[in-house]
Write a protein that binds this ligand. Structure first.
Ligand SMILES: Nc1ncnc2c1ncn2[C@@H]1O[C@H](COP(=O)(O)OP(=O)(O)O)[C@@H](O)[C@H]1O
Ligand SMILES: Cc1ncc(COP(=O)(O)OP(=O)(O)O)c(N)n1
Length: 269
């Protein structure tokens, strides 16, 4: 018997503790029933206390990874994660336009929730000019949406305003992740703005935990997997929001400070 799985790609950094980056994307792909591949853009030395060192990959090596995958595979959808600097962004944009790797989910990774910078500030303009216009789906967290638009976000209505600005920059669909730093809040509300101009919010229970490393990666790679499996975008967003909430709520005991979410949680897709 030959099993067929949709093939998907993450263009991302490696986070050696497995909580985020390419490792989290691959775990999520597997949970979602798709075959995952990776173009490595950088590697970080990190653990549950934070990120201690970072190393971008040479652009020629990034080019080579794209070309060998394009020679051999039929990639249905892809995502980007950590891209470090303007040169890496330009390399990824060039390769994405050269090959047919399906819809692009752009997770504009700028900073981890513990304050480690993963994209140089000088590269924000390149992200806007070279990559955001290629995005089928853009998934900024609250901080990234503020940085990229200048909108002060306090409410879901503010997040929607930022989403409109990001759409004007060229992203077709925008998913702005909600704020979640308040142990008194009952729900975390994300906001989606679709290409046809319709918008909706997605609210799930707030979970008071320190084990939330890699939430953004799980969300964006789950969206990629749903797209590759032919799901409508609205359904892809709903499934990803429910999966990330379940992975946060069912904590695993890994690391001594800020642990990873639970990719292995029992969840029906
Ligand atoms: N403590 C929490 N409780 C419930 N949902 C959360 C919590 N933290 C993050 N989320 C959800 O996880 C997803 C990823 O958001 P976020 O953590 O802001 O991304 P990033 O990892 O890019 O910073 C969003 O759907 C967000 O609403
Ligand atoms: C290599 C690498 N890429 C991305 C992240 C951050 O992941 P993300 O899910 O966007 O953010 P956190 O939830 O971990 O803050 C990383 N740490 N390493």
């Amino acid at each position: 018997m030959v099993n067929q799985f949709p093939q998907v790609l993450t263009i991302a950094g490696s986070d050696c503790d497995g909580s985020a980056g390419m490792q989290a994307d691959m775990n999520t792909f597997q949970r979602c029933g798709v075959y995952g591949m990776s173009v490595l853009t950088a590697a970080v030395a990190g653990n549950s206390y934070g990120i201690f060192a970072s190393q971008p990959m040479p652009t020629a090596f990034i080019d080579k990874q794209f070309s060998v995958l394009a020679d051999d595979f039929e990639i249905k959808a892809c995502k980007t994660g950590m891209l470090t600097d303007a040169q890496t962004i330009k390399t990824v944009a060039k390769n994405y336009q050269k090959y047919d790797f399906g819809p692009l989910v752009l997770d504009p990774v700028i900073i981890t929730k513990h304050g480690d910078m993963l994209l140089e500030e000088q590269a924000y303009e390149t992200l806007k000019s070279d990559l955001i216009p290629l995005a089928d789906v853009l998934t900024p967290n609250y901080y990234e949406a503020v940085k990229l638009t200048g909108v002060e976000i306090k409410t879901p209505a503010d997040a929607l305003k930022a989403a409109h600005i990001l759409q004007e920059m060229g992203a077709k669909n925008v998913y702005v992740k909600g704020q979640h730093a308040d142990d008194k809040q009952e729900e975390v509300t994300d906001v989606a703005l679709l290409a046809d101009g319709t918008s909706f919010s997605l609210s799930e229970a707030y979970v008071d935990t320190t084990h939330i490393n890699g939430t953004g990666d799980l969300l964006s790679s789950c969206i990629v997997a749903q797209i590759a499996q032919g799901k409508a975008l609205t359904d892809a967003f709903k499934i990803a929001k429910k999966f990330v909430t379940a992975a946060i709520a069912n904590q695993i005991d890994v690391g001594h400070k800020f642990g990873p979410v639970n990719h292995l949680v029992d969840f029906k897709f």
